[in-house]
Design a protein around this ligand. Structure first.
Ligand code: ZN
Length: 118
């Protein structure tokens, strides 16, 4: 991949990372506020609140996973290995990277992975 193109993906990934950091912090603040409120709530409110908290928690787990993948993609840019499939070493399709800049596998290998074959 050309350096210019890699730079473009670096910017996209850094932007996404900043967005995620803001989102994760917001979710954590929300969790803390919900904790403070729970003392004055009745049982129905508490049930709703714990459901919401669980939802926010699983969502923030996804965010963390995504964050991990973005961090790894940025590290691959530093190594000059960005855009190569981690399984077969071929170039990941640019169109795929446009849609999912943190993609680790080319489309073929992604399909194999989803079928549990690699
Ligand atoms: Zn591959």
């Amino acid at each position: 991949m050309e350096a210019k193109e890699m730079d473009r993906f670096r910017q996209i990934l850094q932007g996404k990372k900043a967005e995620l950091i803001a989102l994760i912090q917001k979710t954590e603040n929300y969790g803390r506020e919900a904790d403070n409120e729970s003392e004055t709530m009745d049982i129905a409110d508490k049930a709703t609140s714990s459901y919401t908290k669980e939802f926010m928690f699983s969502k923030s787990n996804n965010d963390r996973q995504l964050m991990q993948m973005i961090t790894e993609a940025l590290a691959r840019i530093e190594d000059g290995a960005f855009g190569e499939c981690l399984n077969c070493g071929e170039d990941v399709e640019i169109r795929r990277l446009e849609a999912v800049p943190w993609a680790r596998l080319c489309r073929n290998c992604q399909e194999l992975a989803e079928e549990g074959r690699i």
